[in-house]
Design a protein around this ligand. Structure first.
Ligand code: B12
Ligand code: SF4
Length: 589
């Protein structure tokens, strides 16, 4: 039996990512390795076509249908790629009606009923696919009925059938490593890996609980290190391994064990991971640095208390300050993601976010270019709220489940504010926190000027944009000797202060060049006032950090983070969208 596995375009026309280091779908890589390992009678081909435009994707798949001539086509669908996937399914049904179609991934896992109703000859695999898909193929091979396979939905000719829920794979170590060689080739420098699956939280904009059921499962440190070694052996050009765990670091003990194993085996590569602000500790950050971690990406989304509480991420400003301060002492770069327009966003919360992010930037500079706008996915709490409150999608009408059968883009959360307003707030936040926006207007410069010392430290530490210009300035102002001296005398802070003043005055000169005399006068006046305000703000920020106690950060509770998360998430699920997904009823019972 021949099986073609693929994912399809996100974008119909423009998307054409040429970055050969782009991330690849580990879900499909796991499916192929499982099918090959346990079902040796299969011939499998897997394609990664999310990152090309629709024409290229479609032509490739048309050729594959003709040349490879599969018996089964498996498509992995995200909400963003549903439109192109539906078109491909229509094509298969028309041109190859005898081919079996199996659909999986986050979108069909949530919208299985709608999809099976639309495609009566397709089977949806709900949730994790490794075991379910294998059993389904076995049925196809033996020509036996599929009704005994747990975790699927299909149309039996009369009605929609959903079989009993498939248990999550508890012991991830039993899985073969994902088939990286499908996506890794000589010259590729980034590989992807998962050390765990799932997240115990339920943020109001996220849909992950439908796959993970809020249960986190971990791999052993040994198993993870074995996979890392295999990747590096298979593709020696790989320099960085990107961990795509949903909640890496949530289990401190396991994170330490993974780091220890990497260190013990003397594995020479760097790691990037997505992570939570909590729990962290000095010991953990040091260990991660030692193991080769060089970049950690956090999801903050908003810096406003109200919006953060509504999101239910289970973190407070003090957790965030603490984590950012710990990483500031390391050589690990931190990125903190933001989303404009979450529930509760107002012009005040936008300002609060800018202020808080600047406070963090002052602790350890965070680099921003673009930021996200709150999008609505089926299965997210904000989707249910939008439906109940009859949110209107421009050009469509009141949102309902039928929306996901249209060609429409993933909509943004317009229940409280218009799309135009959300885009304006996104730009306002970028003006306040993005390095690239700093010099585009006197207003932005004044807003960001207090962060200059931090930007300079970051530039030097991570060889960032300002490094070369600052070397030129050092030469111009004869500061080279002082830099060398500061290395021996521990007077780095003083030097940065002096250096920042020079850089700032160069920036001010640059701004003045483009202003009329009247504007110059106003700017000089505003600049004087801003310096006084900034002095106070910086001193407030300093006080906050020095007054942070261990209790205010980690709480007095003896519960660990996973327990706290589960409590919060269960409350959320009970009140929110358990109707939308029967799988959730199981976990909230
Ligand atoms: C790594 C990752 C990426 C990577 C790689 C994407 C990729 N093509 O795999 C990058 C960085 C490129 C990425 C980008 C985006 N991502 Co992303 N990403 C993830 C992340 C963190 C991990 C994916 C993963 O490896 N999962 C682990 C594997 C084992 O699980 P899986 O993929 O779900 O597959 C299993 C099952 O679903 C099933 N299955 C899947 N496909 C199929 C097919 C068949 C035939 C069968 C039988 C079974 C089956 O079996 C698999 C094995 O168990 C997920 C979160 C998550 N945990 O899924 C978000 C996630 C998938 N991303 C998301 C989003 C929104 C995006 C973006 C659209 C963001 C943006 N605004 O640009 C872009 C899309 C652009 C693109 N080119 O793909 C959302 C999807 C929401 C939705 N409803 O569609 C998620 C769920 C994050 C979230 N918490 O909301 N992403
Ligand atoms: S922390 Fe929130 S956004 Fe991140 S995976 Fe968990 S539920 Fe989703």
């Amino acid at each position: 039996m021949k099986i073609l596995l693929t994912c399809t375009s996100i974008d119909e026309r423009e998307r054409n990512e040429t970055d050969h280091d782009s991330h690849y779908p580990l879900g499909l890589a796991y499916l192929q390795s499982c099918v090959e390992k346990y079902k040796s009678f299969q011939e499998v081909e897997t394609h990664f076509l999310n990152n090309v435009c629709w024409d290229e994707c479609f032509n490739k798949l048309k050729n594959e249908m003709k040349n490879f001539n599969p018996d089964v086509v498996g498509i992995s669908i995200m909400t963003h790629s549903r439109v192109s996937s539906f078109r491909f399914i229509d094509y298969i049904i028309k041109e190859y009606p005898e081919v079996k179609i199996v659909l999986g991934g986050i979108h069909p896992t949530i919208m299985w009923e709608q999809i099976v109703n639309k495609y009566k000859n397709a089977v949806v695999v709900i949730g994790e696919g490794e075991i379910t898909f294998g059993e389904l193929l076995e049925c196809y091979e033996k020509n036996s009925p599929i009704g005994e396979v747990a975790g699927i939905a299909y149309h039996d000719g009369q009605k929609i059938v959903s079989t009993p829920e498939r248990d999550l794979i508890d012991n991830l170590d039993i899985l073969p490593f994902p088939k990286h060689d499908l996506f890794l080739f000589e010259g590729k420098t980034v590989a992807n890996l998962l050390t765990s699956r799932g997240c115990p939280f339920k943020c109001n904009f996220c849909v992950l609980d439908h796959v993970s059921l809020k249960k986190v499962r971990y791999r052993s440190a040994k198993n993870v290190a074995d996979e890392v070694e295999e990747i590096l052996k298979m593709c020696p050009s790989v320099r960085n391994i990107w961990l795509h765990d949903d909640a890496f670091m949530i289990n401190k003990k396991l994170t330490m064990e993974i780091c220890d194993e990497i260190i013990k085996r003397d594995i020479k590569t760097t790691f990037t991971c997505s992570a939570r602000f909590r729990p962290v500790s000095e010991e953990l950050v040091k260990k991660m640095e030692q193991a080769g971690f060089n970049h950690v990406l956090f999801g903050l989304e908003s810096g406003a208390d109200n919006v953060m509480r509504g999101m239910r991420k289970g973190i407070t400003k003090n957790h965030i300050r603490y984590a950012v301060s710990l990483f500031a002492k390391s050589n690990i770069k931190t990125t903190v993601f933001l989303i404009a327009g979450l529930p509760g966003e107002t012009k005040e919360t936008v300002k609060e976010t800018i202020n808080f992010v600047q406070e963090l930037q002052n602790i350890n500079y965070l680099f921003y270019d673009d930021i996200g706008v709150c999008a609505i996915y089926p299965g997210a709490e904000i989707y249910d709220i939008s439906k109940e409150s009859k949110m209107v999608v421009p050009g469509y009408g009141v949102i309902n489940d039928d929306y996901w059968l249209t060609d429409g883009d993933v909509p943004v959360y317009e229940l409280e504010n218009t799309h135009k307003q959300l885009l304006e707030w996104k730009e306002e936040i970028r003006d306040g926190v993005s390095f690239f926006r700093m010099m585009i207007s006197p207003k932005n410069f004044l807003q960001q000027r207090k962060i200059i010392p931090s930007i300079l430290s970051y530039s030097w530490k991570f060889n960032f944009l300002l490094k070369q210009p600052s070397i030129n300035i050092l030469a111009k102002y004869n500061l080279v000797d002082e830099v060398i001296y500061s290395f021996f005398t521990n007077e780095r802070e003083k030097l940065i202060e002096k250096f920042s003043t020079i850089v700032e005055s160069e920036m001010v000169e640059e701004i003045l060049k483009n202003l009329t005399n009247k504007e110059k006068k106003k700017f000089i006046n505003d600049y004087k006032q801003q310096r006084t305000i900034d002095k106070e703000v910086l001193s407030e920020w300093k006080d906050i950090i020095s007054n942070m106690s261990e209790n205010s950060i980690n709480g007095k509770s003896k519960e660990n983070d996973v327990e706290v998360a589960l409590k919060m998430a269960n409350v959320a699920a009970k009140t929110a969208h358990k109707k939308a997904n029967p799988r959730l009823k199981v976990i909230t019972r």
